[in-house]
Design a protein around this ligand. Sequence first.
Ligand code: RIB
Ligand code: CA
Length: 313
Amino acid sequence: MTKPIPLLIDTDPGVDDALAILMAFNDPGHDVVGLSIAAGNVGLEHTVRNALKLCEVAGRDDVPVFAGCASPLVFVPREDAAHVHGRDGFGDVDYEPVARRAEAEHAALAILRLSHRYAGELLLVALGPLTNIALALKLDPTLPSRIKRFVVMGGAVTGHGNITQAAEFNVAFDPEAAHVVFEGFPVFDLADWEAVIAHGFHHQKAERWLQADSPRARFYDAISLQTRRWSADRRGELWHSADALAMAYALQPDGALELAKRPLQVETAGALTRGATVTDWNRQTGRPDKARILLRYDQARFEGLVEAALAAG
Ligand code: RIB
Ligand code: CA
């Protein structure tokens, strides 16, 4: 049996973050060594509390939770995603608070420490705004040399944004951080918003999965109800889970059926385009092909990972 791959997840739970984390908890090939928490979907106080609650529900209080930056590097964004995930980020179900608290160590410092502890082995997955990872990079620009693989949920590689017409939420929430990270890493795997839209699953199927007789399914059924209703109203018969797709790509990269490697830069100026991930499809800039962009993933495999994660435990 090969040793499980150490996995560090930087995340802003959020309902889809929660599904991605449950997928990671359920993968025997990976060992979740920590959750570093960002502000994003909702404020940091809620995202930290949600991460601690999810660990408790999943029976994973062994996983350390590290609180990160409460706001973006430079400008405070106009809006969060409470309209999608609920004011508390977990569907406003008023769950029982947990006794456990986050570690005293800041997320950025934990990212650096764990990169040394697991140097050359660590899989780093970013599911929220990139503020913590940008701060870690600024503290130690050698961070990427110790990361075996870096997977990011973010961006909109042909400009079909979800929070503005040009930008995806994670990048738009902290464009300066995304710029620092995409410039600071030599290569990264990207599951962007457009890939997410291409890999939705039917609400009825999801509702069936949520009936599994497990605490994880019951909890997820509750916290996801608001966002499933929101999605059905606005996007019709398919439900999309951005972070779950990114986690499938992270846990089982061989499920990726089509990829494109291209240079990619973040627009930080421009009233209309701030947060856009400008992809050099025709390689006009001469910049390196840093982004390994997911275009198509094995849908059956993706759905199987989601179903199994909910039924586990
Ligand atoms: O655009 C989707 C991303 O923004 C997801 O990570 C979701 O959780 C929100 O953070
Ligand atoms: Ca997220």
